[in-house]
Design a protein around this ligand. Structure first.
Ligand SMILES: [Fe+2]
Ligand SMILES: [Fe+2]
Length: 191
């Protein structure tokens, strides 16, 4: 599917509010890609794809994820952790998406991953700063995103981990590994 077809699919699958979010992420990811040298078309497609499973009830998502062969048991604790990996699997199997960078960006958009490739960073950040987002610190994060992609991704990851900790939840270990990777990328860039 191309971006237009995915937009139609999002329209069918998502509430109006979530559709607006996904549209905002697609546009923001495209703009970040243009700014930082990623492929804007891939970024847009990843944006449209990323939350297509976000409104699937947990039991249904878990069954679909098992059928799709997702083996990481830590993802099955809540639908929030499962929706990215499941969207990625369905994108490959059913929605005609073959691009590995896009599939990985979608897979990792909630927790990050060990690689934090450019397109993964672009989608992760776009998800956090699209125009419909409103939370303390988002304006500053938008500003940082204009100046330094990896610094903004580091701050977004830290912010989401702190948010979880403040509400008494333990961040998934994958986020800590993603943060480590971003810090290593930033260090390499300075050398
Ligand atoms: Fe999501
Ligand atoms: Fe999202």
């Amino acid at each position: 599917m191309n971006a237009n077809e995915l937009a139609c699919l999002a329209r069918q699958r998502l509430s109006e509010k979530r559709f607006k979010h996904v549209e905002g992420v697609a546009k923001t990811a495209q703009a970040l890609a243009l700014q930082y040298g990623a492929d804007p078309e891939k970024a847009c497609i990843a944006g449209w794809l990323h939350d297509l499973e976000r409104e699937t009830p947990h039991s249904q998502a878990a069954a679909a994820a098992r059928a799709a062969g997702i083996e990481d048991e830590s993802l099955y604790k809540n639908a929030m952790l499962l929706h990215g990996p499941l969207a990625s699997c369905r994108a490959r199997a059913e929605w005609g998406i073959e691009d590995e960078e896009v599939l990985q960006a979608v897979y990792a958009h909630t927790l990050g991953d060990d690689t934090m490739a450019l397109l993964t960073c672009v989608l992760y950040l776009a998800d956090g700063i699209e125009p419909g987002r409103s939370y303390p610190g988002v304006e500053q994060l938008r500003k940082t995103a204009q100046e330094d992609l990896y610094l903004a991704v580091e701050q977004a990851l830290l912010g989401s981990m702190e948010h979880l900790q403040n509400s008494g939840k333990t961040p998934h270990p994958q986020s800590a590994r993603a943060l480590e990777r971003i810090r290593a990328i930033r260090k390499e860039a300075k050398q």
